[in-house]
Design a protein around this ligand. Sequence first.
Ligand SMILES: C[S@@+](CC[C@H](N)C(=O)[O-])C[C@H]1O[C@@H](n2cnc3c(N)ncnc32)[C@H](O)[C@@H]1O
Length: 313
Amino acid sequence: MTTDSASGHSAPFFGSQRDFWWNEDFVGLVVERLGLTGTRSVLDVGCGLGHWSRVLSRVLPAVSEITGIDPEGAWVRQARLVDADRGRPIQASVDRGWGERLPYPDARFDLVTCQTVLIHVADVPTVLREMCRVVQPGGTVLVAEPNNLAGQLVRSSVSAQNDPEALASSIHFYATCEAGKIKVGEGNTSVGDLLPGYFAEAGLDLVGCYLSDKSSPLWPPYSSPEQAALVRAIEAAAEDERCPWNRDEARRYFLAGGGSEAAFAEAWSTRVRAVQADLAAVQSGSFWSGGGQLMYLVGGQKRPTVKQPTTES
Ligand SMILES: C[S@@+](CC[C@H](N)C(=O)[O-])C[C@H]1O[C@@H](n2cnc3c(N)ncnc32)[C@H](O)[C@@H]1O
């Protein structure tokens, strides 16, 4: 579902903590490993506000053109794909459209990419086939998608106090919502694990499957810009009661995933108490965590077209 409002798809996740998602030297290393240093034209599918494009614009040394595309009118208007202070000019533009039907000719781009978009789509193979269609033969499809279920295992100084049953309940709640989200056609929040198979189905040769080396550690006094951004995200989650979805979304996913109303009510109040406990611990300076996450960066190459030898008669 899309809206044209300023609070579009994924808006709660576009806080300033998103500027700190990657170690750029790591993304630069992946650029080298995948042989992308000569990349000139890039398509960023589901570009949102342009966070991923901006990272790529800094680590692709030869890039001269970045195109973003997103179904959300608000993001098309507001996206910024390139840093304003960049020395070398990069042509940037944003179109409105869907990954399932990319409005570009075959073989239009050197690199076609997306970040945390496939976790939202019902039909991943169709989007990947479209991405493969518009990349040039020998070009690369590069996808950054997580396993978000794994995040339930990451401990903080607060959750480390919980007993094993509380951990199991938290995983069960998230896994039930995840199953329901898939069922209602809004994507698999842990799709990152499945990318190698999807790439093969789309006719892409897997050339690299990596995990981001970035975690989001938090410890008092939370003084770095990144830590301040993470604290703001905890404050916002507690204020809006998002765990990580809002109540209506989570209820819809949980019920679709086979959970009962009664189980939802109990699990939801536990989760809201947990985000409030996190905030209280931050406010008293007793919250810390290594902030691990499981984010894949997967590259696949479109097979170069092989010219058939002509037979002389
Ligand atoms: C979590 S945001 C990611 C934005 C951006 N890629 C980033 O990482 O900052 C997901 C984005 O995918 C877009 N989106 C959702 N469904 C889509 C689809 N079927 N095709 C293309 N984009 C889609 C949303 O509008 C949203 O901007």
